[in-house]
Design a protein around this ligand. Structure first.
Ligand SMILES: Nc1ncnc2c1ncn2[C@@H]1O[C@H](COP(=O)(O)OP(=O)(O)OP(=O)(O)O)[C@@H](O)[C@H]1O
Length: 317
């Protein structure tokens, strides 16, 4: 099973001065120190619960702008040994500025009913997460899935371009913006790469890459591409490809033991599948000449550029 590892402790970032633009959606970090009193928070209506957090709708009393406020009890973070990661993730995410990455606007600390909390003020995702979206569906329509995957590839290219590995791409960490666009979040396990590589075991069991499970001391950006492949499968099939008991899931990942359902189109299957299961594709020109996403050897996985050029992505975008 995934076990946490410590990320770098990082200082909270310096916020730049700004004036809030006259829109209903927040777009800039705050120039002043934040505190809970500045926001109207309905504590009885939780937007969602995370592993270490609760997320509330928070309205800026001065501007009326709405945010999502993530509240994390310090005791829970310390017990879960993730306090450093939580602080580090804010630093990483606050330096991101991309339409497909969830924005964070500020971080502050405070006391509430004799407990210490860390608060993170974020862009509000009004449509929840991919996890919420998939709860209602048995697989998404392919055009919708291909659009989401294309946006995710763009977001990952941006994140990798900032020398960061996300390391926890999964449906709960992909939020949906007001126009249905992808917003990557959940940077708690994200880490800067050193010479293009990272180390440590982390992430959701169903999404762990084989090189992590095989104990690779360090790995590269292909780890996130593996997760993108697992996610593509789950978006289309309605369940993750290796979903099973704890030990079996690991075994199945290592053996690439998965079966794309027959209702998934040939192009989409081609995008995600190990061809051996589908003899119909074993001799296809695409398979023989190009690499795939869900392959055991990270060096043979599609790159983010190749993903964007895949016929299934091009057809629906
Ligand atoms: N900005 C947001 N707007 C709306 N809902 C959100 C927002 N951020 C998170 N959520 C909801 O809360 C859930 C949990 O959030 P998140 O995954 O960030 O918490 P966590 O599990 O404590 O943290 P992490 O994934 O970093 O370990 C998400 O799956 C999503 O449904």
């Amino acid at each position: 099973m995934a076990s946490p590892e410590n990320a770098l402790v990082q200082e909270a970032s310096q916020m730049k001065d700004h004036a809030l633009p006259p829109t209903t959606e927040p777009s800039q970090p705050f120039s002043k120190d934040l505190n809970l009193g500045m926001f109207e928070v309905n504590q009885f209506s939780t937007l969602a619960k995370g592993k270490f957090s609760r997320i509330y709708l928070a309205k800026d009393r001065e501007t009326g702008l709405e945010y999502a406020l993530k509240t994390m009890r310090k005791t829970d973070l310390i017990l879960g040994r993730v306090e450093e990661q939580a602080r580090g993730s804010f630093k990483i995410q606050s330096e991101m500025d991309h339409p497909n990455v969830l924005r964070v606007f500020g971080q502050f600390e405070g006391e509430h009913e004799h407990e210490s909390y860390i608060y993170i003020l974020m862009e509000l995702s009004r449509k929840g997460s991919l996890y919420d979206l998939m709860k209602q569906n048995i697989g998404l329509p392919e055009p919708q899935a291909a659009k989401l995957v294309a946006q995710l590839a763009k977001a990952l290219k941006y994140i990798h371009g900032k020398n960061i590995l996300h390391r926890d791409i999964n449906p709960e960490n992909i939020l949906i913006g007001s126009d249905g666009e992808v917003k990557v979040s959940g940077f708690i396990w994200s880490k800067p790469m050193v010479d293009g590589r990272c180390s440590g075991l982390c992430g959701l069991l169903d999404y762990l890459a084989p090189e992590m499970l095989n104990g690779a001391e360090n790995y590269d950006a292909m780890i996130d591409i593996w997760c993108l492949g697992v996610l593509t499968f789950e978006l289309l099939a309605g369940k993750a490809p290796f979903e099973d008991g704890l030990m079996m899931t690991q075994k199945r990942i290592k053996n690439l033991d998965m079966e794309v359902p027959s209702f998934v189109s040939a192009e989409a299957t081609d995008f995600i599948h190990k061809v051996a299961h589908h003899s119909g594709f074993a001799n296809s020109e695409w398979w023989l000449t190009r690499r795939q996403i869900l392959v055991l050897d990270p060096r043979k996985r599609l790159s983010l550029e190749e993903i964007q050029q895949h016929p299934w992505i091009l057809k629906h975008n």
